[in-house]
Design a protein. Structure first.
Length: 224
């Protein structure tokens, strides 16, 4: 670490340490292309969405007044009925900070504590990898299954086949499995009682909703 950034890093660590440690995070600093980045994380894929950036001028010490606060904006989607979640990345924002050192550090600490730690470590249980899969729940599967009186929708991941699936039983006792490959260029597919009945583009949620409605009606008609 360059000598001219050690002072500001020490101030951040002292003031924000209790906050980021209470979130289970550590502070990591990186220097690249004339910038100093200060991140707070438990690993590369488990982190605070807030980070601090400083332009590093070799001719003077870096100060807190040089800081830019950057925020990765995510939306939390709760998927299925057995506790799975997906963090949907939306955009990055940033803002400058002003004031005395004490005012800036107090503002940074307060802002940090307003954010939830982001977990996009897909090797961990119940962290959904596919945004297409999570949005399918929001825009197609949840509403259709509720309308058709499905009691519970279970999310499963198959790391060998590289799919995430919605699994449920309809009112006629048929098992539906709606699977989304990790590769979003591949189609999602609907399997009923072990038989593949339809493939649909992963991003066509209106088409998925129509297909599930039609398949539910087909089952009802066949058993009248």
């Amino acid at each position: 670490m360059r000598e001219n950034v050690k002072g500001v890093v020490a101030k951040i660590e002292q003031a924000l340490g209790p906050a980021y440690r209470s979130l289970g995070l550590t502070m990591v600093t990186e220097e690249d292309a004339g910038e100093l980045a200060v991140r707070f994380q438990a690993g590369p894929r488990v982190f605070s969405p807030m980070s601090l950036w400083f332009g590093v001028d070799v001719d003077r010490d870096v100060t807190l007044q040089d800081a830019t606060v950057a925020v990765n904006c995510y939306d939390l989607i709760e998927v299925g009925d057995n506790g799975w979640i997906h963090w949907w990345y939306l955009q990055d924002t940033s803002h400058r900070v002003e004031g005395t050192d004490e005012e800036i550090l107090a503002g940074m600490k307060e802002e940090m504590m307003t954010y939830t730690v982001i977990d996009v470590d897909y090797s961990r249980p119940k962290i959904i990898q596919s945004t297409a899969f999570a949005l399918a729940w929001e825009e197609a599967v949840r509403g259709t299954t509720q309308v058709n009186d499905v009691e519970e929708v279970i999310v499963e991941r198959d790391s060998v086949r590289e799919t995430e699936s919605f699994v449920f039983e309809d009112v006629l006792g048929r098992e539906f499995r709606i699977s989304y490959p990790f590769d979003e260029d591949l189609p999602a597919f609907i399997v009923i009682d072990g038989r593949k009945v339809q493939e649909i583009d992963q991003h066509e949620n209106e088409e998925m909703e129509r297909a599930l409605d039609e398949l539910s009606e087909l089952g009802s008609n066949c058993h009248q």
